[in-house]
Design a protein around this ligand. Structure first.
Ligand code: ING
Length: 311
């Protein structure tokens, strides 16, 4: 019995600093409708899909900073997206900046949610790997202050039973770390959904920065193959407030093959028929963790003084 999940990645072009939430939600709804029209049951939006990528700036004014976050999800501005999802009977992944105010304390996370086709929030993830810096750095055209504006995620990497499969979430920089996929791979994840905002010139090293798009796909293809899972990577891209960000959104099979890829740096829907049984072929052969994986042998700690193999 196949478990085909017709899936969309809804890539976003730039969101300007002054774009209203309702205009941005309108763009998401347009792409949700296009996804449905192509037969999709799930649409994966991007990281921080409701606002411009504000960690590129040093923001001193707290009210201005708070204006980029969501306190309620859904709120009046985002409720239309949930209403449309219910009307179309389509689920979605949505990334956004989350603000929690409790006992007068504010906590801030770079968050994603998984919403089912009845518009119910069935899962939440908070970004664990926060790149960039806490203090503004000299000699940069744009900052990358996620460490200033978010706490590391406190929910781990959960895998949710939904869409007739095992669904996991990650956000942007998480995709570069093997642990992200392996922790979910050990929970038998069948599809990892993730959004990303990836500015060119992030490191400031010409050789590394020229590989930004290569490393984008390398990270996700490796994670997919080594854990026999689908990976859906959805970009926010293009020239956003002067900062150029990479696109090339993809849907990747458990084989590591790219089965769909965007070709613009604008709002663009890509789709694929994702058989959630696909990964089984790998999990029952080369990536049969039970048969081949040896974590009990991994823990040898080699002294830094010199990695001398034991005799
Ligand atoms: N952005 C980037 C990402 O991990 C980055 C930061 C860019 C790291 C380029 C390395 C190279 O894709 C976010 N938001 O994590």
């Amino acid at each position: 019995m196949n478990r085909n999940l017709i899936t969309a990645a809804a890539q976003m072009g730039p969101i300007s600093k002054h774009e209203s939430r309702s205009d941005t939600v309108g763009r998401l709804i347009e792409m949700m409708r296009e996804s449905k029209a192509r037969g999709c049951e799930l649409v994966v939006f991007t990281e921080m899909a409701l606002t411009t990528f504000f960690p590129r700036w040093m923001i001193e004014d707290e009210a201005e900073l708070d204006s980029y976050y969501e306190i309620d999800m859904p709120s009046a501005a985002t409720q239309p997206l949930f209403d449309e999802a219910k009307k179309l009977s389509i689920g979605f992944y949505l990334g956004y900046a989350e603000l929690i105010i409790k006992d007068g304390l504010k906590r801030r996370f770079n968050t994603s949610i998984l919403v089912d086709s009845n518009a119910r929030i069935i899962g939440k993830y908070r970004k664990i790997h926060l790149p960039g810096h806490y203090e503004p750095q000299p000699n940069r055209d744009f900052q990358h202050l996620e460490k200033r504006y978010f706490e590391p995620g406190d929910l781990g990497f959960p895998v949710f039973k939904a869409f007739n499969g095992h669904m996991g979430m990650a956000i942007c920089n998480d995709r570069r770390w093997p642990e992200t996929y392996r922790v979910m791979g050990l929970q038998d994840v069948e599809m990892v959904m993730l959004g990303y905002n990836t500015p060119f010139g992030h490191v400031g090293d010409q050789a590394m920065d020229s590989l930004t798009l290569f490393h984008n796909h390398l990270s996700m293809q490796a994670g997919a193959y080594q854990n026999a899972t689908w990976v859906v990577g959805t970009a926010k891209c293009g020239n956003e407030e002067g900062s150029r960000m990479g696109g090339q959104s993809v849907i990747i099979a458990p084989s590591g093959e790219i089965v769909a890829q965007s070709v613009t740096v604008e709002d663009e829907v890509i789709t694929a028929r994702c058989d959630l049984n696909f990964g089984k072929r790998y999990k029952e052969t080369i990536f049969d963790f039970e048969a081949h994986r040896r974590p009990e042998h991994y823990s040898l700690i080699v002294e830094r003084s010199g990695a001398v193999a034991p005799d």
